[in-house]
Design a binder for this molecule. Structure first.
Ligand code: MGD
Ligand code: SF4
Length: 744
């Protein structure tokens, strides 16, 4: 595939409209057309699953003369259903990225100066092994932490098990979906995980609260959203920004940022007062209704209007629409949910609303997922027992009582000197660019400077690699075998990752790196497999599952199990007593509000706008911004600013800001962004600005992305920690604008 051809399809051609609008076009299969052919058929087609984001769609990689010529969606795979999002189709832009890490690197200057020497694998692994063993000898095994994101992380998690440290975390929890998982666990007894078990396709009403599907591309969800709209479903979108989804909505509620809980309570007020909730379902499956009804009795739309800025009649009309579609009325749970530090409570309000609508366990709502059972690899019985602490040990997660996973921010805290329980001294960073993922960069970099050792395993010279002591180049997903993917889903499946081409340069697959590192520290016995193929073959063989068929098709489907009440699945919650917890006794016992309460957020200084961030359809955070295929149609982010607000902007009276001009964003702590184009639009409220996350990269060796656009992470010097589960609410920063080149 040539870049021109890709762009033509991805941005300017038939798919261009889809990329731009994100929804409702043939690209997303309203009429189930296949994705237009983006390139040359190969001589050989290798089935695998995608790693350009964490959705895990099934792909078919076409290979000709040892090169991947195009990537298409695997029609058999339930997550891709024959279609890929533009990022998945553009994965060759990562494989053939000229800036890729080529050989192992060892730091040869002060940490952070980004000066490295290329060394052999043996030298790099010796250095890594030695430093880790020194840390273990001085401070114990638990002084080593792993940050991991992505499917290859499984090999390094296994390394940590062998090593004996439970300190394994991912920014995709405390910086992303953590509050949601805590809230759904409190309410229904189970977190949602990924992919979320929701039935968008059969919903008659879909409520998106700050969830911008269509810009946020989770392939299957976007396909199903388009399908639902095609069948006449109505959208209710709550967003301070007129998102792509809002442009397709029956109701757009431009809520004041930080006030969603008030809106949710007002919706519940209308549902209860007008008896639009599912009374029979609630009586049968839930408890705590009376307390909830009393709690929302005075939270009228008029009360919420003063807080949210959303007109009472709009709140009432949308509530009636949401209630009228029940139980196929899906309140989307969102994913990136760390906003204001009260996020578990907001997600609780969403979960309670879903329960009132009777949509948990019902068609068009939340489904029961099941998992394709693949046995674990049988490890020898005589392995040295690792002294790892119980991984559910809460304090290591930072002391937050309802954290359901380790907090990446908790690991950072535990690296600061004097932490009560752990004094982390070494980090293994696999597939995480912590500089973009974590709030308060100064605090993060100071923390990194406290480390005795840090090794980063990446495919690109991402920002975080510049701060490592050793950098290990992993092969991209198209060059490597991996473990299978078999997440719980409405149709159980197991998918295989297999190399389409040989690893380029001196890169190695994660399974090889983890095994070789284990051998260097005397833990080789924990990695008895010859390679990833043999590992998977052995796992499957224990149940007589056909490896060759899986390798040929890329995916095996398990028997379809009932997913909702209509198909015969029981509704129940997985809570202690099997009842949906509208009122949370658990929260009450811990001293938190048992029902969501609206608490006003701090306002910004005069002349400042609240900084909001989100996603773009062609990119996954910062991991795709150097991919030339994806970056050319979307080369940098822009700061969205309300056009009316721009006219009265202090400092711009004499020469008003024009669309496309470059500005510098300066946050409340004086932190300045790189110059970024301003997009003047009526599509955002006047009290906030919006950036797509992932730009403003400081890594010089990312020659394309370096210096393009602005980083919301850099401007996120403040965060508000969710006291329930420790998520870092990051929408609590404010910026003012300066014309680029005109410092105040
Ligand atoms: P990515 O940004 O995708 O994930 O943050 P991270 O977990 O850091 O960074 C992935 C890194 O993995 C990149 O350096 C990339 O080069 C590398 N990589 C890509 N493919 C591979 C591979 O196959 N192998 C290896 N070894 N490396 C690979 C995401 C996290 O950030 C999440 S999930 C969310 S939702 C949050 N979003 C967010 C936000 O919107 N704003 C702010 N301010 N912070 C955020 N933090 C969170
Ligand atoms: Fe790949 Fe797109 Fe699927 Fe993510 S949603 S796995 S990038 S095809």
């Amino acid at each position: 595939i040539t870049r021109r051809k890709f762009i033509q399809i991805g941005a300017a051609g038939a798919g261009g409209a889809a990329v731009a609008s994100g929804l409702g076009t043939r690209w997303w299969g309203l009429d189930r057309d296949p994705v237009p052919d983006p390139g040359t058929d190969g001589d050989r087609v290798v089935a695998s699953y995608c790693e350009l984001c964490f959705w895990g769609c099934g792909v078919l990689a076409h290979v000709k003369d040892g090169r991947v010529t195009k990537i298409t969606g695997n029609p058999e795979h339930p997550l891709s259903r024959g279609m890929l999002c533009p990022r998945g189709a553009g994965a060759t832009g990562l494989l053939y990225d000229p800036d890729r890490l080529r050989r192992p690197l060892v730091r040869r200057a002060k940490r952070g100066e980004d000066v490295f020497e290329e060394v052999s694998w043996d030298a790099a692994l010796n250095e890594t092994g030695e430093k880790l063993l020194q840390v273990k000898a001085r401070h114990g095994a638990e002084a080593v932490a792993l940050f991991t994101h992505g499917s290859g992380g499984v090999w390094f998690k296994h390394f940590m098990k062998a090593w004996g440290s439970p300190n394994v975390g991912a920014p995709s929890y405390a910086q992303c979906r953590g509050p949601r998982e805590a809230a759904f666990t409190l309410t229904f007894g189970t977190p949602l995980g990924s992919p979320e078990p929701i039935d968008l396709a059969n919903a008659r009403c879909i409520t998106l609260i700050g969830s911008h599907l269509g810009e946020n591309m989770h392939n299957t969800q976007v396909q199903e959203l388009a399908e639902a709209i095609g069948k006449g479903a109505g959208l209710v979108v709550v967003d301070p920004r007129f998102s792509v989804a809002a442009s397709k909505a029956k109701f757009w509620l431009p809520v004041k940022p930080g006030t969603d809980i008030a809106l949710l309570l007002a919706w519940m007020n209308v549902l209860v007062a007008e008896k639009l909730y599912d009374a029979e379902y609630v009586a049968r499956y839930a408890e705590g209704f009376d307390a909830l009804a009393a709690h929302v009795a005075d939270k009228t739309p008029e009360w919420a209007y003063a807080i949210t800025g959303v007109r009472p009649e709009l709140i009432r009309a949308s509530a009636r629409f949401i209630g009228g579609a029940r139980p196929a009325s899906l309140v989307h749970p969102g994913r990136h949910t760390v906003w204001y530090g009260d996020d578990t409570q907001r997600e609780r309000a969403m979960a309670i609303l879903a329960a009132l609508l009777g949509s948990w366990g019902r068609r068009g709502g939340y489904l029961t997922a099941s998992k394709f059972p693949v046995p674990a690899y049988p490890l020898p019985a005589d392995l040295p027992h690792a002294p790892a602490k119980d991984p559910t040990d809460k304090p290591k997660a930072g002391g937050y009582p309802l954290a359901t996973e380790v907090l990446a921010s908790g690991l950072c805290d535990a690296t600061k000197p004097g932490h009560a329980l752990y004094d982390l001294k070494a980090w293994i960073v696999y597939g995480c660019n912590l500089l973009q993922a974590m709030p308060n960069r100064k605090e993060l970099l100071d923390t990194i400077q406290n480390l005795e050792f840090m090794v980063a395993i990446d495919v690109l010279p991402a920002e975080v690699t510049g701060w490592a002591d050793v950098v290990l180049p992993e092969s991209t997903y198209l060059e490597r075998d991996d473990d299978v993917s078999a997440p719980p889903y409405k149709r159980p499946f197991v998918a295989l990752r297999q190399a389409a081409v040989e690893p380029m340069y001196d890169s190695r697959p994660g399974w090889w790196i983890a095994k070789a590192l284990a051998e260097h520290v005397g833990l080789g016995g924990w990695f008895p497999w010859k390679d990833a193929k043999e590992y998977v073959r052995t796992r499957l063989a224990q149940k007589g599952l056909p490896y060759d068929e899986l390798a040929a098709k890329g995916v095996l489907l398990g028997p379809a199990a009932p997913t909702c009440e209509e198909e015969g699945a029981p509704v129940g919650a997985a809570t202690e007593n099997g009842k949906i917890q509208l009122f949370s006794k658990e929260l009450a016992q811990l001293g938190f509000d048992p029902l969501p309460v609206y608490v006003p957020q701090d306002e910004g200084p005069p002349g400042h706008f609240r900084l909001l961030s989100g996603r773009a359809p062609l990119h996954t955070f910062g991991r795709t911004v150097n991919n030339r295929l994806l970056a050319e149609p979307f080369p940098e982010n822009e700061v969205w600013l309300n056009a009316d607000a721009a006219r009265s902007l202090p400092g711009f009276e004499l020469r008003p800001l024009e669309n496309g001009e470059r500005v510098v964003l300066v946050n409340q702590d004086g932190i300045r962004s790189t110059p970024v184009k301003v997009k003047l639009t009526q599509r955002i409220r006047g009290d906030c600005v919006y950036l797509v996350h992932g730009w403003g990269q400081t890594a010089r060796r990312l020659r394309y992305a370096h210096g393009r656009g602005a980083s919301d992470s850099l401007l996120t010097s403040r965060y508000k920690v969710d006291p329930i589960m420790g998520g870092t609410g990051m929408n609590v920063n404010f910026v003012r604008l300066e014309r680029a080149g005109e410092a105040a």
